[in-house]
Ligand binder design. Structure first.
Ligand code: BYC
Length: 475
């Protein structure tokens, strides 16, 4: 039985109220979503009033309405960017044909797979971040965590809408399965590797939102080119929200670095133990977290050579990042791209058909974008007069997916043997001791305007509110 008026309760621009079949599907799914949120969503948050951004339409006034709300009552809306009735497919074998408003039978299985994979990451990240609210370094940060959590929930709704609207019974089953897989579950895990890792502390959270949400940016941008118009329009709108998530990551890491640099200068030391004794995270630990999150995230782009990727592109399901800005033929047959492989224990480049290398193309676009932000973190160090610099590890470091999986590589890109890897592993990736130390700093600071000692305050608050605004009213 329907308990809510979907037309009103779920802000939308897809005429939800007029589609009975879809309404029935949502009526079946929505209570399961709320149960999932209660079971594995943000822990202990049920009674908090949180200063959240809610989208009530896609226009500039409507997409960011701020106010205190209980997260459980958040209005998870369904929005597609405005459509263009004349939109044409602009890459692949169907280039020049009209974009599809419905799913063509021959592409159904692949589209479903792409939408399910995208959808699966959204609840996964909420599960991964479930415990972080208990150890927030400030009320400002707590609010940002919750904002990200509700928006990942909205992104799940966006994918569930597509599944239920366009994939019939299969879509409904997939929508249910999205709430049944669980991050890190031994029997029924999330689909992609990074979404089964733990996000144990706030440094990991900031690295995750910097790197892994950036995978979201690149994957969504590639899907925003899709010939399947509803997917293109919904992912375009998701991208506007993704920007804030990456901001939380970039500014979060930046604030950790700023505080560490300040203490290094005060104590006139770069000794990790002294910095730790002063309650800050040493730069070596930050670098190791960076190495981990970067390498796990670049695995999310899939194998460097993938026939799936070629099919997705040629059939118009998934384009390249900023497809429209590239000046080639947008069909890519006969073109090549360089990928890495290991030959006689050494990394060598080889040319492969571009269509099969499109996962690598997207990964390389991601890498360029990631490196730019690391440069901005280094500016913080430079300004503080600290000579150390952070850097992303080599592309082949710590890889589990594709041709580079299984080889052992130093962060600088030197192939190493098992013995050296075992000896250096804890210099290159966070050790259990690093995790224990960072965990020891994670106390709960939630008085307005107060911040934990290991992180600097932000430059400004959210939506032009002061930094000491009451972002969360505890119930
Ligand atoms: N872990 O031929 P391949 C986001 C599997 S993030 C585990 O390369 P394909 C967000 C692969 O499934 C954006 N398995 O595959 C961020 C395949 O399995 P099967 C998420 C992996 O299809 C933060 C096999 O290995 N969106 O939005 O070319 C917070 C062979 O691989 C992994 C998308 O990913 C892995 N890392 O490429 C919240 C977009 N990588 O078939 C949200 C949709 C590959 O042999 N997804 N495999 O069983 C896709 O476009 C593609 O599925 C992938 C994989 C690019 C991910």
């Amino acid at each position: 039985m329907s308990t809510i008026n979907y037309g009103e309760k779920i802000p939308n621009n897809v005429n939800l109220g007029e589609d009975r079949t879809l309404q029935r599907a949502l009526e079946g799914w929505q209570p399961n979503f709320i149960n999932w949120w209660d079971d594995v969503g943000p822990e202990g948050s049920t009674n908090h009033d949180v200063y959240l951004r809610t989208a009530v339409s896609v226009d500039p006034q409507g997409w960011a309405q701020f106010g205190h709300v209980k997260m459980r009552d958040y209005r998870w809306g369904i929005f597609l960017n405005p459509g263009d009735a004349n939109r044409e497919i602009h890459f692949g074998d169907h280039k020049g044909e009209k974009a599809w408003q419905d799913v063509p039978g021959e592409h159904r299985a692949n589209l479903r797979r792409i939408i399910v994979t995208q959808g699966d990451t959204e609840p996964a990240s909420v599960e991964q971040q479930r415990h972080l609210g208990l150890t927030a370094p400030s009320m400002y940060d707590l609010r940002n965590l919750f904002q990200i959590n509700v928006e990942e929930g909205r992104h799940l709704w966006a994918m569930v809408y597509l599944l239920q609207k366009h994939f019939g019974r299969d879509g409904r089953e997939e929508a249910d399965a999205l709430l049944q897989r669980t991050s890190g579950d031994a029997n029924n895990p999330r689909i992609l590797g990074a979404f089964n890792e733990k996000t144990p502390d706030w440094l990991a959270f900031f690295m995750f939102t910097y790197f892994t949400d950036r995978d979201g940016k690149f994957q969504l941008a590639a899907l925003a080119e899709s010939a399947f118009d509803p997917l293109a329009r919904t992912t375009k709108f998701m991208l506007t929200e993704e920007a804030h998530h990456m901001f939380v990551g970039e500014s979060g890491v930046s604030r950790v670095i700023a505080r560490t640099a300040q203490v290094m200068n005060e104590l006139k030391t770069d000794d990790a133990q002294k910095i730790r004794a002063a309650g800050c995270i040493d730069l070596g630990t930050i670098q190791r977290y960076l190495n981990f999150h970067y390498s796990v995230t670049i695995d999310l782009f899939g194998a460097d050579q993938s026939s799936n990727a070629a099919i997705f592109y040629s059939s118009g399901l998934k384009g390249r990042y900023e497809e429209g800005k590239r000046d080639d033929d947008h069909v890519l047959k006969g073109q090549t791209y360089k990928v890495l492989e290991v030959r006689d224990g050494q990394l060598v480049e080889k040319d492969v058909p571009m269509l099969n290398a499109l996962n690598e193309v997207l990964r390389d676009d991601f890498i360029k974008d990631s490196v730019a932000g690391v440069g901005r973190w280094n500016k913080v160090l430079e300004k503080a007069g600290i000579p150390t610099r952070l850097s992303v590890p080599h592309k082949a470091f710590n890889r589990q997916i594709g041709a580079l999986a299984g080889i052992k590589m130093s962060p600088e890109g030197r192939v190493v043997n098992e013995v050296e890897w075992a000896a250096k592993r804890d210099e290159w990736l966070p050790s259990s001791e690093d995790f224990a130390f960072v965990a020891s700093l994670m106390g709960r600071v939630v008085e307005p305007g107060k911040f934990a000692g290991w992180i600097s305050p932000p430059v400004m608050g959210i939506n032009r509110q002061p930094v000491d605004f009451e972002y969360v009213r505890f119930g």
